[in-house]
Design a protein around this ligand. Structure first.
Ligand SMILES: [Zn+2]
Length: 129
């Protein structure tokens, strides 16, 4: 049996309760190790890394904004491509659309947002294309 170190945190201003595990830090994982038996195991929740909280979409959007402002002087006429988790891509189109507008204005050019389900909620790539 796997023991989990309790390192769960309470949501703060910049984080939200992890929706995948409802803040528990672990999820049920059913393993089919035999056609006639199933093992019900507790597994570490991947999106929150077992902490029970994840950064809010707004927090990540502002991290993207500050990252883009760092690389902006080196773009040399290239366009910008943002690869983000689908949750963040949706947030950038909806409630955080002001962030994207701010980005486009400060760069003076268009910014392409690409949703990538392989990216972790808090992961993003800023690329010149
Ligand atoms: Zn979780």
């Amino acid at each position: 049996m796997t023991q989990f170190v309790s390192q769960r945190a309470e949501p703060t201003a910049s984080t939200i309760r992890c929706p995948s595990c409802s803040g528990r830090g672990t999820v049920n994982a059913l393993t089919n190790f035999d056609p006639h038996a199933r093992r019900n195991e507790r597994a570490h929740c991947i999106p929150c890394a077992g902490t029970g909280v994840i950064k809010s979409s707004a927090t990540i959007c502002y991290e993207i904004l500050s990252e883009v402002k760092k690389v902006a002087p080196d773009l040399n006429g290239h366009r910008l491509l943002l690869r983000v988790n689908p949750d963040i891509a949706r947030a950038l189109k909806e409630e955080e659309s002001a962030v994207l507008k701010d980005l486009r204005q400060s760069l003076g050019r268009d910014v392409t947002v690409k949703a990538d389900e392989h990216l972790h909620h808090e992961q993003f790539d800023v690329m010149a294309v």
